[in-house]
Design a protein around this ligand. Structure first.
Ligand code: SAM
Length: 252
C-alpha cells in the first residue's frame, strides 16, 4: 500500500512542482507514495468563503478560523479513515528532527495542516496529535514546512531512494554529521583529495571517516554530541581534540 500524505492547505497549487520532481514524482507515479491535497476553504460556510478573522483581544494580522479546517479534517477522517498522525505546522511547535522522520516513516502516512497569516486559532490544536516547527524562523505559510517534512519522510520509505545504503552514513542518521566527501578531479582550486581516500585501505578509510564525522560535529554542531552514541575510541579521539583546545571557528 502507498504511504499517504494528506496536506490541508489554502494553496494546493504550491505542491504542483513536487509532483514533477524526479524522485518524489517517480514514487508518486509508481504508487509507492500518495499525495492528497485538501483545500479547506471548501468547508467555509459564508458566501465570501472567509477562512480568516481578526484575533480576539486585538493584535496585528488575521487568524485562521478553526471551524473550516477542523470540518475538513473530520471529513477526511470520516471518508478515508486512516491511522496517520495529524501534525499542525507552526513556528511555535516542537522542533522537527531526523528521528521524527524515521518514526513517521514506519506508519501508513502523515496528515499535515499548513497555516497562513498569523496562524491557526489555538483551539485547532485539540484536533491534532502534535504541533511541529521545522526551525527557529518564521515562514509565510506552512506549505514549505510541509514539503520539508514530506521529503525527509518520503526518502525513508522503501523504494523511494534507489540506493537505500546511502541513508545509513548520512548526517543525523546516528546523531553525527556526515564526513566530507570528494569526487573527480583529484585537485580542485589548489585543494587535493586527502591521500587516505586514494590508498585503497578500507579499514583506514573507515577510521578516517569516523574521525572526520566526530571532528566536524564537534566543530559545527557540538550540541549533537550530547546525544550521539559514542564508542570508547570515539570518546578518546574527542578528548585528544579537546586537549588541543577549542575548535577553530569556520570550517574544519
Ligand atoms: N504568528 C505565528 C507565530 O508567531 O508563531 C506565525 C504564523 S506564520 C507567519 C504562518 C504559518 O506559517 C504558520 O501557521 C505555520 O503553518 C507556518 N510556519 C511558519 N514558520 C514555520 C516554521 N518554522 N515551522 C513550521 N511552520 C511554519
Amino acid at each position: 500500500m502507498a504511504y499517504r500524505f494528506d496536506i490541508l492547505t489554502l494553496f494546493p497549487g504550491l505542491f504542483s512542482g513536487l509532483r514533477q520532481e524526479s524522485l518524489l514524482g517517480k514514487a508518486l507515479d509508481a504508487g509507492t507514495l500518495d499525495l492528497q491535497l485538501h483545500d479547506w476553504r471548501r468547508f467555509t460556510t459564508d458566501k465570501h468563503h472567509t477562512a480568516d478573522d481578526a484575533p480576539f483581544g486585538g493584535g496585528a494580522g488575521l487568524l485562521l478560523k478553526p471551524d473550516p479546517v477542523v470540518a475538513c479534517l473530520q471529513d477526511l477522517q470520516t471518508k478515508q479513515p486512516f491511522a496517520s498522525p495529524v501534525l499542525l505546522l507552526s513556528p511555535a511547535g516542537r522542533l522537527f528532527r531526523q528521528q521524527d522522520a524515521h518514526a513517521w516513516a514506519q506508519g501508513p502516512g502523515l496528515t499535515l495542516l499548513c497555516g497562513r497569516y498569523e496562524g491557526f486559532d489555538a483551539r485547532v490544536e485539540t484536533s491534532v496529535d502534535d504541533v511541529i516547527s521545522i526551525g527557529d524562523y518564521v515562514l509565510n505559510g506552512g506549505e514549505v514546512a510541509a514539503m520539508v517534512i514530506l521529503e525527509a519522510v518520503a526518502r525513508l520509505i522503501p523504494g523511494v531512494i534507489g540506493n537505500a545504503a546511502s541513508l545509513h552514513d548520512e548526517s543525523h542518521a546516528d546523531g553525527l554529521l556526515e564526513y566530507p566527501q570528494y569526487t573527480r578531479p583529484r585537485t580542485f582550486a589548489g585543494q587535493d583529495v586527502p591521500d587516505i581516500l586514494l590508498s585503497g585501505d578500507h579499514a583506514k578509510i573507515a577510521q578516517w571517516r569516523r574521525q572526520q564525522r566526530l571532528q566536524r560535529t564537534r566543530q559545527r554542531r557540538p550540541d549533537l554530541l550530547v546525544n550521539a552514541t559514542l564508542s570508547a575510541q570515539d570518546a578518546g579521539f574527542l578528548a585528544a581534540l579537546d586537549a588541543l583546545g577549542p575548535p577553530e571557528p569556520g570550517r574544519p
